[in-house]
Design a protein around this ligand. Structure first.
Ligand code: GTP
Ligand code: SPV
Ligand code: MN
Length: 596
């Protein structure tokens, strides 16, 4: 059996890469698939795989007149989000994973998951999915190969990455590729593990069929392994959108922004400026991940390693995000949304009337007024970035774009003001390090609880969080033109739980201030927390806001900051001796400024 498997792997393989062939053969020997299919990324293959997925009931065709090329996938109801408690960093030393990651000994992890993978693909097909993270041929670009028994994963990877022959060609006979192994198993949460082996450039994911757990190029490679490599090699892998904002004079400023999961990256990256911003334009380079390195001119350059968007569906409509609506009009895979009687998709927060009847995300009949959500709160779309009307012409540039501003933003119903600018890089790193955010449906667990989420990387940092923050501090030595750092909060609420700031396209008003600050066009006002816009510097004309909303959204309240400092202390204590000295000093300065 083993030898015929091996023969099958080698004879059909579109590569002569010995390291790759041997690894595929070893994994096939362990998982014992009936068939092995090497994905080439072609249109013909997409058609074939889609037809097969429909035949197996994994994809449901949507109304092809209304949504050409679109399909619906329903995942197992126990498998609808990332599972942070089942995600492990498997470094030889436990301390290298740090206090904010789950750790498993690599030997133990290989053994434990090996038993699960043993024969797990019997009766199934193994898809060999070669892919590139980053523009083809770029020096920052990394190659991965994912072996998966999920046709859904193969089809999603085709949208999310540069997948197939071009990636294999770029790899050539090199041994330098990420080795990703995924099996859906029996989708049992008791047998679900997402294990990362940074020292082996390897990822093993078992027992899930959901996005971030199984599209291994994304969170697993581009962030967890990526951040580990970034520290070794002197660059940054971040949970950040990248956008270019062009002013009426034609000057484009590139901005990267880290907001935690389901806290507004896709929306900000695709924003359409309001009518009063005639002549301004926002273009998307990336909506979730940024890889940033210092360029020959000493500036920080960012690429988006992805080729598609795996975006949050609920709340998306023609008012909040018209570009996303256009993006998902065709060639999109929907996961866990509701379906209308005429075979279109529906979700909470979509335009128009709520339909009287729907099929909910679990395939059950649903009636208007039902207390249950029709679409899962973490339902997602997978769409190619080329569908985005606002795609930046630089999205495929292997050099990336020079970043002038970095923004950190959490979801905070109180405490954190609308916008402020850090005094300098170290203070900016402190603002990023002390980010807190209310949890969302993007990960399993309770929603709406504040947790520390440094740089929006808590679930994605592949090594010790203290070392990660030190790496950020160290980066300033090699960047000669440091980006300015800002903090924002779109989510502050009034007493009745209503958002004080209108958000979405109106965030342009804050972005304009940030751009003006970057180019030194506007003076600012110093506060205890950082520099803030002077009164009137964030224009509010045309906004339907109660007069006190802006002052409330921008207010700094001593009692709220007292508990905030306490919560930050708990986080830093967790880092022990690895809490960077420079950040401890920032903390002391803040405490003395606040006088608490
Ligand atoms: P991940 O893909 O999970 O990393 O999320 P993301 O950061 O890209 O979040 P996304 O832009 O998809 O937004 C998540 C949710 O926040 C959606 O339901 C949006 O409608 C909502 N949202 C986004 N921007 C704003 C905003 O400016 N104000 C308010 N109130 N809600 C927003
Ligand atoms: C996130 O949770 O930050 C996402 C979605 O972008 S997932 O790819 O599922 O992690
Ligand atoms: Mn994300």
């Amino acid at each position: 059996m083993a030898s015929t498997q091996r023969a099958a792997v080698t004879s059909d393989a579109p590569t002569k890469n010995v390291a790759l062939l041997n690894w595929v053969a070893r994994c096939a020997q362990m998982t014992q698939p009936d068939r092995i299919i090497w994905c080439d990324g072609s249109e013909a293959e997409k058609k074939r795989l889609t037809e097969q997925a429909v035949k197996e009931g994994i994809l449901i065709p949507l109304n092809q007149e209304k949504r050409p090329g679109c399909y619906l996938h329903r995942s197992n109801p126990n498998d609808v989000a990332r599972v942070e408690h089942l995600t492990f960093i498997c470094t030889p030393n436990k301390t290298d994973a740090g206090p904010t990651n789950n750790w498993m000994d690599p030997e133990q992890a290989y053994t434990k998951l090996g038993l699960l993978f043993d024969g797990s693909m019997k009766g199934r097909t193994m898809y060999v999915v070669p892919y590139a993270m980053g523009p083809l041929g770029g020096t920052s670009t990394k190659i991965g190969v994912e072996l998966t028994d999920s046709i859904y994963v193969a089809l999603n990877m085709r949208i999310m990455t540069r997948m197939g022959k071009p990636a294999l060609d770029m790899l050539g006979d090199s041994e330098d590729f990420n080795r990703g192994l995924h099996s859906t198993g029996d989708v049992n949460p008791d047998r679900r593990y997402i294990c990362h082996f940074p020292h082996d450039n390897t990822i093993w994911s078992f027992g899930s069929g959901y996005g971030g757990n199984v599209l291994l190029g994304k969170k697993c490679l581009a962030l967890r392994i990526g951040s580990y490599l970034g520290r070794e090699e002197g660059w940054l892998a971040e949970h950040m959108l990248i956008l270019g904002v062009t002013d009426p004079k034609g000057q484009t400023t590139y901005v990267a922004a880290a907001f935690p999961s389901a806290c507004g990256k896709t929306n900000f990256a695709m924003m359409i400026p309001p009518k009063s911003y005639q002549g301004w334009k926002v273009e998307t380079v990336g909506d979730d991940i940024a890889w940033m390195r210092v360029g020959p001119d000493g500036r920080l350059y960012a690429i988006n390693p992805e080729a598609g968007y795996f975006g949050v569906v609920p709340g998306t409509n023609t008012k909040t995000n018209p570009n996303a609506m256009a993006t998902i009009a065709k060639d999109t895979l929907f996961t866990n949304v509701a379906m209308t009687a005429d075979g279109d998709v529906w979700w909470e927060g979509k335009d128009g009337e709520v339909p009287e009847e729907l099929i909910d995300w679990q395939g059950r009949p649903w009636k208007k007024g039902s207390p249950d959500k029709a679409a899962h709160p973490n339902s997602r779309f997978t769409a190619p970035m080329t569908n985005n009307p606002a795609l930046s012409p630089k999205a495929n540039d292997p050099q990336g774009v020079p970043i002038s501003a970095i923004i950190f933003g959490g979801r905070r119903s109180n405490t954190v003001p609308l916008v402020l600018q850090a005094f300098n890089w170290t203070h900016g790193v402190f603002l990023g390090a002390t980010m807190g955010s209310e949890t969302t449906a993007a990960a399993t667990g309770k929603v709406g609880v504040v947790r520390r989420d440094p740089m929006a990387m808590l679930p994605f940092c592949g090594y010790h969080m203290g070392d990660y923050l030190q790496h950020w501090l160290d980066m300033q030595k090699s960047i000669t033109h440091l980006p300015k750092i800002f903090q924002v909060n779109w989510f502050r609420q009034d007493k009745n739980g209503k958002y004080l700031w209108p958000g979405y396209g109106e965030n342009m008003r804050v972005l304009e201030w940030i751009v003006n600050r970057v180019h030194g066009r506007v003076p600012t006002q110093e506060t205890l927390l950082g520099w803030v816009p002077r009164q009137g510097d964030i224009p509010t004309q045309g906004l339907d806001l109660p007069p006190e909303a802006i002052s409330e959204a921008t207010s700094i309240k001593a009692d709220e900051w007292k508990s905030e400092l306490k919560s930050q202390e708990v986080f830093f204590e967790q880092l022990g001796t690895k809490a960077p000295e420079a950040l401890m000093l920032q903390r002391k300065l803040l405490i003395s400024r606040l006088g608490s």
